[in-house]
Design a protein around this ligand. Structure first.
Ligand SMILES: [Zn+2]
Length: 494
């Protein structure tokens, strides 16, 4: 299968390459303003231990935001955030769960029982929980389609959820919670230490019922003794309500207005996420997740493109928006916030190039020097532009047989694609040895290669920004239908 697919791909590459021709003198000049030293400068600060892995929220994240804004200021770009600043403020709520006074007890009719005062578990509530001798229903989910008891039998009762091996615990939990509306759901499982949760302030989504996840094997043993469905067991629980603190999270955004009166109303978003996962709560030695390649390298690419394009005497015809997001690692928070609160009309936003993993060439599947790849390269005409710019600058742009599809939803392009905007993520390596490890350090970045591929990206951006045609979804591609629908809806009144 793989074989003929590659043949098709090379044909596609040759056609696109043939269409582009070598880089023009102006493009060569632009490329030379992007240097390995510039990249090193940004990377070494953004991925330094001082920023402690840029978790959302954290002091390190705020330091990174100030740094990025200061660079936009240095390049002379227009502030595109709130009140004439470079910051788009997103009101969020930080939720923590106090565990003082926590008590949970399950008593079976045969005298067996399980009790916890908070050890080996996490609790997720939206208000205080006070239950006394509540009926218990045992529910097993072994597949995404396994039948659930009728809601009437369960609503307002305590549900003990057993999730079979191989079934995603999160998916099972969510399904049980929404379908059954229990008074409390208790389940067995390992859980990432999440000292807090984040929620958009003022979000109207009704909170899920309270949930307890325990890794206590004794709970699992008791669960095994209970029959499926309504049981004779009883549950009592006292859990405090959550503590909620308002906070502001920030996207950092700057504008380079277009030079062409007929096209400057159209904008191209160049993005990356400036957050990472912070400091590991456990472990010896280095616990700071510096996130040099994920995604300080993407932020650095956006900064290098901004500096190079802002310095041009002749600015690109269309407007360029340079933006770095918070909270990608927490679920694409910053990009979803932007798509819901755009600073430029979405219908006049003609493309989004999102940058991830631009620095490392030691992909787990093999070396990736002088190459660019990405998600959804065949989904939109942006892929062609990248291929053409690549062949004009000595960079091979290729589509991964699986990842280009599978990773499409794993980064910030997704939020803009859902709004109908042709949006893809560009990268060099997909997964690299230090991915999401404290060892993702900036001195492992292949700077000469990064200089080369960011230069190619600069040529691609310039060509897209000056093109007579606007980027489009490839209507014949089987994977783009939902985005095409959103695009048509966005442009229904054009
Ligand atoms: Zn990332």
């Amino acid at each position: 299968m793989i074989a003929h697919r590659l043949a098709g791909l090379f044909l596609f590459l040759q056609a696109a390459a043939a269409a582009s021709g070598p880089a023009s003198p102006a493009e060569r000049e632009l490329m030379e303003t992007i240097t390995a030293n510039t990249l090193r400068g940004h990377l070494s600060f953004l991925a330094s231990d001082l920023l402690e892995g840029r978790d959302t929220p954290s002091r390190g994240l705020d330091l990174a935001a100030e740094y990025i804004a200061s660079q936009f200021r240095r390049f002379g770009l227009e502030p595109a955030g709130d009140q004439g600043t470079y910051f788009q403020n997103a009101p969020y709520v930080r939720i923590t769960q106090p565990m003082d006074g926590f008590r949970l007890r399950i008593e079976a009719a045969d005298g067996k029982s399980w009790e916890s005062t908070g050890a080996k578990l996490i609790a997720l509530t939206s208000s205080p929980v006070n239950l006394n001798s509540l009926e218990v229903v045992k529910v097993t989910i072994s597949s995404p389609t396994s039948p659930l008891p009728p809601a009437g039998q369960v609503r307002g009762k305590a549900v003990l959820l057993y999730v079979a091996q191989g079934m995603s615990p999160v998916a099972a939990r969510n399904r049980a919670l929404t379908a059954l509306e229990p008074a409390l759901l208790v389940t067995y499982g390992v859980f990432p230490p999440a000292p807090f949760r984040l929620r958009p302030a003022g979000s109207s989504t009704p909170p899920p019922p309270p949930t307890v996840i325990t890794s206590d094997a004794d709970f699992s043993k008791l669960l095994d003794t209970l029959p499926e469905g309504v049981t004779t067991a009883r549950l009592s629980a006292q859990i405090s309500g959550p503590r909620e603190e308002p906070l502001q999270l920030r996207n950092v955004i700057a504008r380079l207005p277009g030079s062409d009166p007929a096209l400057r109303h159209q904008a191209i978003l160049l993005t990356a996420h400036y957050d990472h996962v912070g400091v590991s709560p456990r472990g010896d030695g280095d616990r700071i997740h510096n996130g040099a390649n994920d995604d300080a390298s993407g932020v650095t690419s956006v900064l290098a493109l901004a500096e190079a394009l802002a310095a041009r005497k002749l600015r690109p015809k269309r407007t360029l928006l340079f933006m770095t997001y918070f909270g990608e690692e927490k679920g694409l928070l910053g990009s979803r916030y932007y798509a819901a609160h755009p600073v430029h009309p979405l219908r006049d936003t003609v493309a989004n190039l999102n940058f991830e993993h631009m620095g490392r060439t030691d992909d787990n599947e093999g070396p990736r020097r002088h190459q660019l790849t990405g998600t959804g390269l065949a989904y939109t005409t942006l892929g062609e532009a990248l291929i053409a710019a690549g062949s004009a600058t000595g960079v091979t742009t290729w589509t991964h047989p699986r990842n280009s599809d599978d990773f499409f939803g794993r980064s910030d392009n997704q939020a803009l694609a859902d709004a109908g905007i042709p949006a893809i993520t560009v990268c060099v390596a997909w997964i690299f040895p230090d991915y999401h490890r404290p060892s993702d350090h900036w001195d492992k970045i292949d700077l000469p290669n990064m200089e080369h591929v960011v230069r190619a990206a600069a040529v691609a951006v310039t060509r897209i920004a000056n093109s007579d045609t606007t980027p489009r979804w490839v209507e014949s591609h089987p994977k783009v239908q939902p985005y095409l629908e959103a695009f048509k809806k966005l442009h229904a009144t054009d």
